[in-house]
Design a protein around this ligand. Structure first.
Ligand SMILES: Cc1cc2nc3c(=O)[nH]c(=O)nc-3n(C[C@H](O)[C@H](O)[C@H](O)COP(=O)(O)O)c2cc1C
Length: 185
């Protein structure tokens, strides 16, 4: 069921870092991105893959992954979504579209991940020697989840609640607004 896939697709912050994710798996995920919609079908996004510990460590240093997982609980792989400025000057919502396609693909494979917009873009550009023509849009973490999740209904509507929380057993609680609340009459 498609809804099950959506329910399982949670933003994972703790991973079994010892479970590797191969380049081949990442290529399969990028193929889902390739087949996704793109404004004007410009297909201006490119992808930088990382599945080796050294490069992973460099990427981790430049992203803000909530919960700040310790070594051993960090993602096993990353896909950096790059905007190719020789194809387009703005990338609009395309990075979000492809990120979601890849995350759903990862979940279907028994993996999980998280979109990361909080990026030290300048630092990552330099650290990975990314050519100037590419703009860093989003980073997608991939790995074997080491967390379980519970979806809650938003009650108090304050900022602290909406961010979600981990309980004493390490279960992540994610509040979502009620369906009726989303409809504008
Ligand atoms: C566009 C986008 C950017 C995000 N950036 C970050 C980020 O920089 N760091 C992080 O830990 N989580 C990030 N997240 C994950 C959100 O915090 C997460 O979606 C939210 O807490 C709800 O959890 P859920 O994805 O499990 O429903 C991002 C999610 C989206 C859609």
């Amino acid at each position: 069921m498609f809804k099950d896939l959506i329910m399982k697709n949670r933003s994972v912050r703790k991973y079994h870092q010892n479970v590797p994710v191969s380049r081949e798996t990442l290529m399969e995920l990028v193929d889902l991105a390739r087949l996704s919609g793109s404004a004007g079908n410009r297909q201006s996004l490119k992808f930088l893959l990382s599945w080796e510990p050294e490069k992973n460590a460099t990427i981790f240093k430049h992203i803000g992954l909530a919960g700040q997982p310790q070594e051993g609980e960090r993602p096993s792989a990353y896909i950096i979504i790059l905007g190719d400025t020789e194809i387009a000057k703005e990338f609009g919502v395309d990075p979000g579209i492809v990120a979601q396609s890849m995350l759903l693909g990862a979940v279907e494979k028994g993996l999980g991940g998280c979109m990361i917009a909080m990026i030290n873009r300048k630092g990552l550009h330099i650290a990975l020697n990314i050519p100037a023509r590419y703009e860093i849009c989003l980073v997608v973490c991939i790995g074997k989840p080491k967390e379980t999740f519970v979806i809650e209904t938003v009650q108090k509507k304050d900022d602290l609640e909406i961010r979600g929380w981990w309980d004493e057993r390490g279960v992540r609680h994610i509040p979502k607004r009620k369906l009726e609340e989303l409809i504008v009459e």
